[in-house]
Ligand binder design. Structure first.
Ligand SMILES: Nc1nc2c(ncn2[C@@H]2O[C@H](COP(=O)(O)OP(=O)(O)OP(=O)(O)O)[C@@H](O)[C@H]2O)c(=O)[nH]1
Ligand SMILES: [Mg+2]
Length: 448
């Protein structure tokens, strides 16, 4: 079992040198320990920055009394000059004065144990710190603010209400108490099930935000795939030559496209060849398209569309795809026929690249539509699995209530409702195990 009885200390700022470094002390003896290691001009006052000296530095200390601190314990934060040596000295002195070095994520774990935040919010803290794009940060921040927590609370309240009524009918069977008709119960259950289903629809979109998407570039040789890859990355990452068959292996890199983290993959040009290396390259190219969330099929606008292009257009017709007409700085050899809906770009001049970026974003959004604008994005696989479990339990309850031979006894329906509530309580951490907490907080950094 985790305890909040002792006082923990850690450097809260990133490792290495910096303008300022912060040491955080949290626990019942935070103030005593701070007093032992600081020479204060005036005593620490709640939420006031106080000037002080340590053995080797001038610092500013701020005291946040329990329960209104990040962790819910007494917290003292000491801002020193950002020297790793000085910060380590402060931590060592704090430890000599009776505190213990914090485990990764232990400050946030305490906030959870002290009821300051729920598990969804604690996980959102880690997501926020790990966010690579502004959109990821936004989704994490929404969860930290409690959007998902609130939605789960209202689902749980509806389940609680239903449970109470069913239990009441169960307690007074002879007196003819019928707090709920079977039809009414079925309708209420279905409504709750639909709310959970809507949240689950957000899982794919959430995954897109959290994990990003894979976009593969496809096309026949020499159409300008690697040039497009480089142009989207803004770097000369892949080799470009006028010789068809330049790219043999997969080349991939990460790029931020309109806030989404995109793993962009350049592939070998597809053609029939007896070159063993190229055959392997083409086979890898096809695998990359199959694994991609979106394929950019590149055709050269300065050359007439031939059978090879047509074959590839046909081959990729059923996957999420955008047709990109490259080399549009050159005189065009064809006009866009409506059925191609090609996006014209030039990797050389940059024409059309912004349009392509927003088409990529739209294309990925279309594959992962938002069901409702104010539904929380479910970005976490743990949450998704538990919501699915709650939904399955509710579907069972609906079946029981609407069984063809008349509703099944309330006891059975109640068991399903309890299962559903248990799953929801695991999402927010009302019900949890030490192992799960250890697993979740292990991904945090020290000092958070
Ligand atoms: N004018 C012009 N030339 C381009 C453009 N994009 C690519 N090229 C030229 O087209 C040739 C082939 O470009 P790559 O990017 O290597 O083509 P690729 O599709 O990767 O070719 P493979 O790797 O052989 O399949 C090079 O000579 C490029 O300079 C463009 O937008 N405008
Ligand atoms: Mg290439």
């Amino acid at each position: 079992m985790f305890s909040t009885d002792d006082t923990i200390v850690a450097i809260a700022t990133p490792a290495g040198r910096g303008g300022i470094g912060v040491v955080r002390i949290s626990g019942p003896s935070a103030v005593e320990i701070a007093n032992a290691l600081l020479q204060l001009d005036s005593p620490l006052r709640p939420r006031y920055a106080t000037f002080a000296r340590t053995q080797g530095d001038q610092v500013v200390a701020t005291y946040f009394p329990a329960p209104h601190s990040y962790t819910g314990d007494h917290v003292v934060e000491i801002s020193a000059h950002g020297s790793p040596v000085v910060l380590r000295q402060i931590v060592a002195t704090a430890m000599a004065s009776g505190s213990r070095l914090a485990e990764p994520g232990e400050f946030t774990l305490r906030a959870f144990l002290n009821g300051r935040i729920d598990l969804v919010q604690a996980e959102a803290v880690a997501d926020l710190i790990d966010a690579v794009t502004p959109l990821q940060a936004r989704a994490a921040f929404d969860q930290l603010e409690g959007t998902l927590t609130g939605q789960i609370a209202s689902i749980d309240a509806a389940l609680f209400d239903l449970t109470a009524k069913l239990e009441a009918s169960l307690d007074f069977p002879d007196e003819g108490y019928h707090f709920l008709e079977a039809g009414e119960t079925g309708a209420a259950l279905r409504a709750i099930e639909r709310t959970i289903a809507a949240l689950l629809c957000e899982v794919r979109r959430g995954r897109l935000i959290r994990e990003g998407a894979r976009v593969a570039i496809a096309g026949k040789p020499n159409v300008g795939k690697s040039s497009l890859f480089n142009a989207l990355l803004g770097a000369g990452r892949a080799i470009v030559t006028s010789i068809p068959g330049t790219t043999r292996d997969l080349v991939s890199d990460t790029v931020d496209i309109e806030g989404l983290r995109i793993d962009l993959v350049d592939t070998a040009g597809v053609r029939t060849t007896s070159d063993e290396v190229e055959i392997e390259g083409v086979s890898r190219a096809r695998q990359a398209w199959a694994n991609a969330d979106l394929v950019l099929l590149v055709v050269d606008r300065s050359c007439a569309i031939d059978e090879a292009d047509k074959d590839l257009l046909h081959e990729t017709a059923d996957v999420p795809r955008l047709v990109v007409a490259t080399k549009s700085d050159l005189p065009p050899a064809w006009r866009d026929a409506d059925d191609l809906q090609a996006i014209a770009v030039s990797s050389k001049t940059g024409i059309g690249l912004d349009g392509l970026r927003s088409a990529i974003r739209t294309g990925l959004d279309a594959a992962n539509p938002a069901t409702a604008p104010d539904t929380a994005a479910v970005t976490n696989v743990r949450h998704a699995a538990l919501l699915e479990r709650a939904r399955t339990a509710l579907c069972r309850a609906v079946e029981a209530v609407e069984a063809p031979g008349g509703p099944v006894a309330e006891e059975f329906v109640l068991t399903d409702l309890q299962d559903a509530r248990a799953a929801l309580e695991e999402v927010t951490g009302k019900r949890t195990s030490d192992d799960l907490l250890r697993h979740i907080f292990a991904r945090f950094c020290i000092g958070k």
